[in-house]
Each structure stands twice: as structure tokens, then as C-alpha cells.
Design a protein around this ligand. Structure first.
Ligand code: 5GP
Ligand code: MG
Ligand code: MG
Length: 183
């Protein structure tokens, strides 16, 4: 869906469809170079990374496989505890494989840091992260984020896979949701 369709529900467009396309092509080219002749498993984190995974994987020219995980953070209230529950595990065995975790956005980075450790513990040959978006707080956590598309301000964004109450995932760009929508 075009961002123009929800112009009354967003306050600002942060990343346009064109900017995403250009960035995805760049990231794909970097991964192609880095993993040439390697056995790569792209691991998408459901559901937010679906659009990014679909575009990134098709822009890559080396053969890769895709798999998916769904995770949920334990913890009281709104603060992520970093303790994670697996809702849907991988089908693939990562032993000896080069894993690239494909994420929509890194906020606290706690979920991701747990995920990296979990996949390393299963014997992956390497684990790195490619994230489309990163918020400022992510800088405080030690996660091996190999590639980042865009650094964005600390605001709640939707679109290109990212939701608010399961809405707005199909927007073609990324935008700041209007506070009026929450109330
Ligand atoms: P963290 O990095 O704090 O462990 O959690 C990151 C996850 O929180 C993301 O994968 C995403 O699901 C969600 N998240 C963080 N910031 C935003 C945001 O601005 N918008 C949306 N829709 N989800 C977000
Ligand atoms: Mg995510
Ligand atoms: Mg969500």
C-alpha cells in the first residue's frame, strides 16, 4: 500500500520505497561479496522482517536458503528483559552453516543479542545480523550487527513489515505513526 493512503495516520515519512530499494540492493551486494562460495542460511525474524527478507534475498545473486523464527520476549511491562521464548523454531539445522539473521529493526537489541547467542550455541559456523533499521538505544548493547540500512530517531515507526496492532505492515515505506492512532 502507498504511504499516501494513510497520510492522515502518519506524521512523517522516514524512508521511502525508493530509498529502501536502493539500500536493499547495496546490502545484497555486500552480502554477495562477503559470502561468495559459502553456505548461507538467511534467518528471518517473524513477522516484521518478511518484506525485508523477500526483497533482500531476491536482490542477492549467490544462492542462499531461507528459514524463519518467531520469538517473544519475556518480561513484565514494556521493558524487554532479554529473556526470550521461541514461538516458532527453525526447520533447518545450523550446524556448520553461515547464518545471517534478517531483522526489521533493532531497538534495545536484547532480543537479537539472545538470538545470536542461541544460534552460535547450536554450532553455526558464523552468525551475523543485517537489520533494515536501527534506533539510537541499540548502540548501548553489544550485538554483532554486521549491516544496517538506516539509523532512525527514537520514534515508533510502521510500514515495510513493521506493525501497530498488526496494521500498516503492507505499507511500501517506513513512517512515524501519529500519536493520535494510539488513543
Ligand atoms: P529489541 O531490539 O528491543 O529487543 O526489540 C526489537 C523489536 O521490537 C523489533 O523486532 C520490533 O518487532 C519491535 N520494535 C521496536 N521498535 C519498533 C518500532 O518503532 N515500530 C514497530 N512497529 N516495532 C518496533
Ligand atoms: Mg523484529
Ligand atoms: Mg510488532
Amino acid at each position: 500500500m502507498d504511504l499516501s493512503k494513510v497520510s492522515d495516520q502518519i506524521t512523517k515519512v522516514l524512508v521511502t520505497e525508493e530509498q529502501i530499494n536502493e539500500k536493499v540492493a547495496e546490502l545484497a551486494a555486500e552480502l554477495d561479496k562477503k559470502y561468495a562460495d559459502k553456505d548461507v542460511l538467511l534467518v528471518g525474524v517473524l513477522k516484521g522482517a518478511v518484506m525485508f527478507m523477500a526483497d533482500l534475498s531476491r536482490a542477492m545473486q549467490i544462492p542462499v536458503q531461507m528459514d524463519w523464527m518467531a520469538v517473544s520476549s519475556y518480561g513484565s511491562g514494556t521493558v524487554s528483559s532479554g529473556v526470550v521464548r521461541i514461538l516458532k523454531d527453525l526447520d533447518a539445522d545450523v550446524l556448520g552453516r553461515h547464518v545471517v539473521i534478517v531483522e526489521d529493526i533493532i531497538d534495545s537489541g536484547l532480543t537479537l543479542s539472545w538470538l545470536v547467542g542461541n544460534l552460535e550455541a547450536r554450532g553455526a559456523a558464523s552468525v551475523e545480523v543485517v537489520a533494515l533499521l536501527r534506533k539510537p538505544a541499540a548502540a548501548k548493547v553489544e550485538v554483532n550487527v554486521g549491516l544496517v540500512g538506516f539509523d532512525i530517531p527514537n520514534e515508533f515507526v510502521v510500514g515495510y513489515g513493521l506493525d501497530y496492532a498488526e496494521r500498516y505492515r503492507t505499507l511500501k515505506g517506513v513512517a512515524v505513526l501519529s500519536p493520535a492512532v494510539y488513543s
